[in-house]
Design a protein around this ligand. Structure first.
Ligand code: FES
Length: 247
């Protein structure tokens, strides 16, 4: 006979007035995606598992208190979920404002079509002013790490989303990167008191692809600007793929 499969347990819920039926265990964020509803997110990506740290993806669930993160909250039968509301808009803007104020950019990008994903996300949630100013000064003394031949790391631009750390672990299977320090002092680092070159980094570039702030950036991009087009292929060797870029 056919073994009972987990996939047979389907759950139906309502998201912004529309019905979604997905396998039990699916996150609300994924269920929303299935019916074409994008919930703003920063620490989760299509490549990386949910982490629940940025709080941008929060939602409201009727009959429940609080605003849980949709990337880490599983669906349940009959849930009535709202992904947009005045309160959610306000909370998302407030969170984004703190992230942007921690980054040494000169200004917001109202069009949200630039090279820095963080600013694109800020535009997406409707952030139009940063009351705390543009700063990022807390890591300024840490200095630029130019030791890797292919990319540079500027800790002043790190907002500690940990996407690079998880890309290193989940995508590449290397554990070269870590978050050091606590609270405002925390920042991503390659090993302990090491530069990228001295660390276990194998220069696969997964962290650079994952970085939403321009903190990790390819040296070729710095020198020559963004390529007009690029193709990413994957092979079994590293699981990340090589980028072939035309200028
Ligand atoms: Fe859910 Fe960051 S995307 S907490």
């Amino acid at each position: 006979g056919t073994p009972a499969s987990k996939a047979s347990a389907m759950v139906t819920l309502t998201i912004d007035g529309r019905s979604a039926t997905v396998p039990a265990g699916t996150s609300i964020m994924r269920a929303a995606m299935e019916i074409g509803t994008e919930i703003p997110k920063l620490c989760a990506t299509d490549m990386l598992d949910a982490f629940g740290s940025c709080r941008l993806c929060l939602i409201e669930i009727e009959g429940r208190n609080g605003t849980p993160a949709s990337c880490t909250t599983p669906v349940a039968e009959g849930l009535v979920v709202h992904t947009r509301s005045e309160r959610l808009d306000r909370l998302r803007k407030g969170i984004m404002e703190l992230y942007v104020s921690d980054h040494p950019v000169a200004a917001l990008d109202p069009a949200g079509e630039g090279d820095i994903e963080l600013l694109d996300k800020a535009a997406e949630v409707g952030l139009t002013e940063v009351r705390y100013g543009f700063d990022g000064a807390r890591h300024r003394d840490t200095g630029l790490d130019e030791s890797n031949p292919y990319f540079s790391y500027d800790p002043a631009k790190c907002i500690v989303c940990s996407r690079c750390v998880r890309a290193c672990e989940d995508v590449q299977g290397t554990f070269a990167l870590t978050i050091t320090g606590r609270g405002f002092e925390s920042v991503m680092a390659a090993g302990t008191d090491q530069s990228f070159l001295e660390s276990d980094c194998v220069s696969c570039g997964a962290c650079v692809q994952a970085c939403p702030t321009g903190s990790l950036i390819e040296k070729a991009v710095i020198a020559k600007g963004k390529p007009e087009w690029s193709t990413v292929t994957t092979c079994a060797y590293c699981g990340v793929g090589c980028s072939f870029k035309a200028e």
